[in-house]
Design a protein around this ligand. Structure first.
Ligand code: ZN
Length: 131
């Protein structure tokens, strides 16, 4: 399931603030179409309602590599070890409060990536293994 939410975006051209639907979570076993956009860092495409300027947001996306036991948080802004640790901690906090997730969490590898080329590598491997 691809989960989306509504985010406030500020147009870099005309400075208008508008709301856009953004992707938070992608499940590759159910949505293969998005792989191409993910690989180029363009999964979150938004367009200004006023001047039509297109932007690609560099917000974080959770990618579930199901049926591989791998969950990747791709966050282009998590460049430091400390930032990555915060995201890992958040993940562990979430699964600790949910029994089902806790079971899944114990068997699932969880990785935070800020490097698009590494995400691309994983996506290529996944596509090859599950085509
Ligand atoms: Zn604009």
């Amino acid at each position: 399931m691809t989960r989306t939410s509504i985010a406030e975006v500020k147009c870099e051209k005309c400075k208008t603030i508008y709301e856009a639907e953004v992707i938070d979570h992608v499940d590759l076993s159910e949505d293969r179409e998005i792989v191409k956009a993910l690989k180029t860092g363009k999964a979150n495409r938004v367009q200004c309602s006023k001047c039509k300027k297109v932007m690609y947001l560099d917000r974080s996306i959770v990618v579930n590599f199901d049926p591989e036991s791998l969950i990747v948080v791709y966050d282009p802004n998590a460049r430091t070890k400390a930032q990555k640790e915060v995201l890992e901690q958040e993940y562990h906090n979430v699964i600790t409060f949910n029994e089902i997730l806790q079971e899944v969490g114990e068997e699932t590898e969880f990785t935070v990536l800020s490097d698009l080329s590494k995400l691309k590598e994983l996506l290529d491997e996944y596509t090859k293994a599950h085509s």
